[in-house]
Design a protein around this ligand. Structure first.
Ligand SMILES: [Zn+2]
Length: 62
């Protein structure tokens, strides 16, 4: 059983963030591992990624 739901993906930032604005978990689930260390804080991302991440968060909570 596999459902493909892409409309309102929950943002799981419990494991940190990727440098491209995705969550660590998202990149890890796609490539097996994220390019960032686990638990990377939002504040440690490049400005562009921080902005993306914040957009993701506000969309998810909308
Ligand atoms: Zn990554």
């Amino acid at each position: 059983m596999s459902e493909h739901k892409h409309e309102h993906d929950p943002v799981d930032a419990s494991q940190g963030w990727c440098c491209d604005g995705r969550t660590w978990a998202e990149h890890a689930s796609e490539g097996g591992e994220c390019c960032q260390p686990k638990g990377t804080d939002l504040a440690h991302l490049p400005a562009e990624a921080q902005q993306k991440a914040k957009e993701r968060l506000s969309e998810a909570s909308a």
